[in-house]
Design a protein around this ligand. Structure first.
Ligand code: AMP
Ligand code: ZN
Length: 142
């Protein structure tokens, strides 16, 4: 897609530190290096976000992530774990609108990556959860 920075990386029109590529995906270092080894995995096809994948492409892309994650982990003995993140929409911190999965190696709970899941469970009773459950299920389709 014209004017998409990641499509330009796929086409080698702008340089990247690519660590893996095949006909379906390209994996390259995130320029921000949130932690050392921070890598992005993207479909070569321009897909804006998770909502736009068909099942075939989703399975092809996801099938490649564990192998790339293992290589990133093996690249540095100090890597103890990894967060894999996929941001969808500006409100969810997506800034490049070509779908991508962040592989963020974790070195300790004092490294440069933080994620906060607030526990709001005391604000929901069984009825509230049931309503949410039903409303999601209604939209599940086949
Ligand atoms: P997100 O905020 O989830 O959309 O993530 C987009 C990511 O793309 C950010 O972490 C950026 O650091 C990264 N990024 C932007 N431009 C480039 C580039 N030219 N090469 C590598 N990573 C990039
Ligand atoms: Zn694109």
């Amino acid at each position: 897609m014209k004017d998409c920075i990641f499509c330009k990386i796929v086409a080698n029109e702008i340089p990247s530190y690519t660590v893996y590529e095949d006909d379906i995906v390209k994996a390259f270092l995130d320029i921000s290096q949130g932690t050392p080894g921070h890598t992005l995995v993207i479909p070569k096809k321009h897909i804006p976000n998770i909502f736009e994948y068909d099942e075939e492409l989703a399975s092809q892309v996801f099938a490649r992530i564990p192998k790339i994650a293992r290589a990133v982990k093996a690249s540095n003995p100090d890597i103890k774990g990894m967060n894999i993140l996929n941001n969808n929409g500006q409100v969810a911190y997506q800034s490049v609108f070509h779908s991508h999965f962040h592989l963020i190696p974790r070195y300790s709970n004092q490294d440069d990556f933080k994620m906060i899941f607030k526990d709001n469970s005391n604000r929901y009773d069984a009825d509230d959860l049931k309503k949410i459950q039903e409303s999601i299920k209604e939209h599940m389709g086949d």
